[in-house]
Ligand binder design. Structure first.
Ligand SMILES: [Zn+2]
Length: 329
């Protein structure tokens, strides 16, 4: 910026061994207005103490960050429409990470909020939002079977890494739940990396699967994943399934034959459990059973079938709100 009134200086990597710098001439007002840290650093008296260097009449402030990263930050600071964000883009966390880390470091509060709000939009916070994304995925599978889902929907590995680095815990329950549905051989790098594995790519394409950047997960993330999977697997076990929501516990229920309906219920539960193990998606299984004609299919009475539908829907909602506890996030 030719009319900038302060110069930021960054070290440049160079092979000669001599110190070289990259300089950005910027406006104090823009930095001070957006960042409390810069407001302090650019205070006249402090600035005079910090630097006696002038570059073409403007004080020079030396920073140790990457010049390229800071340049990206300046671009979105001067023009927030340049924030690299496309809805459900699997690369967003990687594209935004360096900028977001700088907004944290220098307390660019409103820019940080704007970026974080974008990221949160990609990962559902409620079961209704989750269902909207799932519906979009299913529609996409039907309408464009040749196109890879990975190109159009968020990827959990990079999202979890970003959430941990930049303190965005709100996106972790949905990201971990989605990750828990995937197999480890459904690997992003093996499909889309520099040397893709043809077998993996074929299997992912044939099954219309999504993949994850498993390599970005930490040991802690793996522990959270295993813990959450255990809870989700137990959700439909005989011992954990909440018997209080079953219809024959209603005192003045109108079930035709409680003994008969009660004896058939284990068949419904076993069937849901099998589907859940096969798909690794208990939320989808509960959604299916909450809307199917249980009385017809499993020979329960009409009332028990209807009450079960409602109960399974409620169980689904309570599983969703339990995700932070299940995954310990
Ligand atoms: Zn009944």
């Amino acid at each position: 910026m030719a009319d900038g009134d302060v110069v930021l200086s960054f070290p440049e990597d160079c092979v000669s061994g001599e110190e070289e710098y990259v300089l950005f001439r910027v406006h104090k007002f823009i930095l001070s207005h957006n960042s409390t840290t810069f407001k302090t650093m650019l205070d006249k008296r402090l600035l005079n103490k910090r630097t006696r260097n002038l570059y073409k009449g403007a004080p020079v402030l030396k920073l140790e960050d990457s010049a390229e990263d800071f340049n990206n930050l300046l671009e979105v600071l001067y023009d927030p429409t340049k924030i690299p964000f496309k809805k459900w883009d699997p690369d967003t966390p990687l594209n935004i990470k360096c900028i977001l880390l700088l907004t944290d470091k220098y307390h660019f509060a409103s820019l940080r909020k704007r970026i974080v709000d974008h990221i949160k939009e990609d990962w559902p916070a409620t079961i209704n939002e989750w269902d909207i994304v799932e519906f979009a995925v299913q529609t996409f599978k039907r309408n464009d079977p040749q196109e890879a889902l990975d190109n159009h929907f968020p990827e959990p590995g990079a999202a979890i890494q970003l959430a941990r680095l930049c303190n965005i815990p709100e996106i972790l329950p949905a990201a971990f739940y989605h990750l828990s549905r995937l197999h480890q051989n459904e690997d992003w790098d093996m499909c889309w990396g520099s040397s893709p594995d043809e077998d993996t790519l074929e299997k992912v394409a044939a099954g219309k699967k999504r993949t994850a950047r498993w390599g970005l997960l930490t040991d802690q993330d793996y522990r959270c994943l295993v813990r959450g999977r255990d809870f989700l697997e137990d959700a439909l076990s005989d011992t954990v399934f909440p018997s209080s929501i079953l219809p024959w516990t209603i005192p003045d229920g109108m079930c035709d034959n409680q003994h008969h309906c009660r004896s058939l219920f284990p068949n419904v539960l076993a069937s849901m459990r099998n589907d859940s193990r096969r798909t690794r998606d208990v939320l989808a299984v509960l959604d299916t059973y909450a809307s199917k004609d249980i009385s017809q299919e499993y020979h329960l009475c009409l009332l028990c079938g209807a009450v079960l539908n409602i109960s399974l829907k409620a169980l689904r909602g309570s599983l969703w709100t339990s995700l932070p506890r299940f995954f310990d996030v």
